[in-house]
Design a protein around this ligand. Structure first.
Ligand SMILES: Cc1cc2nc3c(=O)[nH]c(=O)nc-3n(C[C@H](O)[C@H](O)[C@H](O)COP(=O)(O)OP(=O)(O)OC[C@H]3O[C@@H](n4cnc5c(N)ncnc54)[C@H](O)[C@@H]3O)c2cc1C
Length: 71
């Protein structure tokens, strides 16, 4: 398989991951990773629909956070 994913792993623990469940960097609240970087592993299946779904969800989260003036 050549499905490039990972490197900015998603997770709750900043010690073992780069972004949280909203694809938001633990270390910098204004940085969001909306590609395949947040994948924690490569499942057998094609990743692109999941990349798009996570990006869409993150976009809505960004709008929400902007309205609340959190970012
Ligand atoms: C031959 C092939 C077939 C595939 N077929 C499928 C398929 O049928 N279905 C499916 O779901 N997935 C498929 N994949 C996997 C899918 O394409 C990747 O998993 C997905 O594109 C990863 O998305 P990404 O945005 O994380 O990275 P990428 O799509 O690789 O995007 C990274 C971008 O960053 C840019 N970039 C790199 N370095 C820099 C830099 N220093 N400065 C600025 N920009 C930079 C690159 O030019 C690129 O545009 C295929 C992959 C390959 C190689």
């Amino acid at each position: 398989i050549i499905h490039e994913v990972g490197t900015t792993r998603m997770g709750d623990d900043p010690k073992s991951s780069v972004v949280n469940s909203n694809c938001q960097a633990h270390d910098c609240k204004n940085v969001f990773v909306v590609d395949a970087g947040s994948f924690v592993s490569q499942a057998d299946k094609n990743p692109t629909w999941t990349i798009l779904a996570l990006s869409w969800r993150t976009s809505e989260y960004i709008v929400d956070q902007l309205k609340q003036k959190n970012i």
